[in-house]
Design a protein around this ligand. Structure first.
Ligand code: SAM
Length: 442
């Protein structure tokens, strides 16, 4: 075998009897394939093997589809996600949260948990999805744009930058970078990168990350802490350290077998061989109540673009949104959160803010891809349904003969919008976002 399990890891599992030898055996079996569906878009016609019992919107598939050649994947109709991570769905549904919570997903790329949180919020509250590595923040932006919710902001900041937003978030998800023991099956290269030293390094970094963002949580706010590793230093010991150093309390959560309780009942595990998933650890903490500092939102009314709202009405249903003019780009922000979103924008390095409806130009609005993919805002009626072959060519950036009216048209596959074209009569300009185009040959 090319990637043997690290000796020190094997002996720890054998000596500690946690999480058990079934894990070792399971690491050489195939990984289960699972996807989570978008609640508001067309479901693909997959061969489903079963339901993921801890996440209603998710299923196991008989085999791994070639996602890149499925137009519905590009349209954000589903998200391929490892099933263990979806335990977050069960956890979120048990929390006693504000009705419209402000949520931070701190270590968010590529966006598995962020898309899950966006579905859970169902357009209520707001989500700041952050990723410290710029290249990964771009992928996060792409995935959240395709998921199509306007109450999202994507930032590219270091955790300590969130100290500029004291007592701002009701809920934080810290899916911390870790030593990745839970990925030993799906990603054999993780075996080569593992070492005891790296476990220690990760545990220290996780402490620093949580310390750095703790002030940004409101008093009584909730932090979900997770990793995809099995050792106690990065999991239970860290959680106990947060309790001791930060005065946090462990929030009781109910998760049923085959999800396992952590050592001494601290948190929960998904374990390959026991749970039908890769490895995952999750625990929930609450910040003690303390005096709430009055929030000061920077209200930026000068950004509001009332005069363009009329032109945009043809493309987007803006009744519950503010239209903001941002460097000649028109952004729709949900009315209730405009001020909070602009406050985040003023403090952080932004990748995405709400939904970009279009660009202003002398000839009127040029509709944007972000609007095409947003099932709540997009109301454009002039649509052209594509065959699968045409859809794949469109997603490659090609043009081809296509009948239709002059002007902007929305192209769809199985009635799910993919993006825009500008029809010129017997040919069209393909407006699909250049960086997202399929490069693989079919
Ligand atoms: N939550 C993501 C999802 O569900 O798709 C997976 C996140 S992954 C486990 C951890 C992320 O933390 C990576 O994207 C990594 O770039 C980021 N990261 C690495 N070092 C970090 C640091 N010092 N502070 C914050 N995030 C960091």
């Amino acid at each position: 075998m090319n990637h043997p399990l690290p000796e020190a890891f094997l002996s720890r599992i054998q000596n500690e009897s946690f999480p058990g030898l079934q894990l070792i055996q399971a690491l050489d079996t195939p990984s289960p394939v699972s996807v989570r569906f978008h609640p508001k878009k067309q479901k693909p016609d997959f061969e489903i093997r079963g339901q993921v019992s801890w996440c209603e919107a998710a299923v196991y598939l008989n085999e791994r589809p070639q996602y890149v050649f499925d137009p519905l994947f590009h349209a954000g109709a589903y998200y391929p996600q490892e099933a263990g991570s979806m335990v977050l769905d069960s956890v979120l549904r048990q929390l006693n949260l504000a009705t419209e919570p402000k949520v931070l997903d701190l270590c968010a790329a590529p966006g598995g948990k962020s898309t899950l949180i966006a579905s859970f919020l169902d357009n209520k509250g707001m989500l700041v999805a952050n990723e410290v590595i710029q290249q990964r923040a771009r992928i996060l932006k792409e995935n959240l744009t395709k998921w199509g919710y306007s109450n999202t902001v994507v930032t590219n900041n270091d955790p300590e930058d969130f100290q500029r937003l004291p007592q701002f978030f009701d809920l934080m998800v810290v899916d911390a970078p870790c030593s990745g023991e839970g990925m030993f099956r799906k990603d054999p290269a993780a075996r080569d990168e593992w070492s005891d030293d790296n476990v220690r390094l990760c545990a220290g970094r996780q402490k620093r990350i949580v310390m750095d963002v703790w002030d940004a949580l409101v008093p009584g706010g909730i932090m979900v802490y997770s990793t995809c590793t099995f050792n106690s230093s990065e999991n239970e010991e860290n959680v106990l350290w947060f309790i001791k150093e930060l005065g946090a309390e462990l929030v009781p959560i109910e998760l049923h077998e085959p999800i396992m309780k952590g050592r001494n009942g601290v948190g929960f595990y998904c374990i390959p061989g026991i749970t039908e998933s890769e490895g995952f650890y999750i625990a929930v903490l609450q910040k003690p109540d303390e005096t709430l500092i009055r929030q000061r939102n920077t209200r930026k009314s000068e950004f509001r673009a009332q005069k363009d709202a009329l032109d945009c009405g043809k493309y987007a249903d803006l009744s519950e949104y503010d239209l903001i003019n941002w460097n000649e780009k028109l952004l729709a922000l949900p009315k209730n959160y405009t001020d909070s979103m602009l406050h985040v924008q003023a403090q952080m390095r932004l990748q995405k803010l709400g939904t970009m409806v279009g660009d202003t130009s002398r000839k009127g609005i040029i509709p944007n891809e972000e609007l095409a993919l947003n099932p709540f805002l997009n109301r454009y009626k002039e649509r052209i349904e594509l065959t699968k072959e045409q859809a794949l060519h469109y997603l490659r950036g090609d043009t081809f003969p296509l009948s239709g009216e002059h002007g902007y048209q929305l192209v769809t596959f199985q009635n799910v919008p993919l993006g825009w074209i500008k029809h010129l009569g017997n040919r069209f300009n393909n407006l699909y976002t250049k960086e997202w185009r399929i490069r693989k040959q079919f």
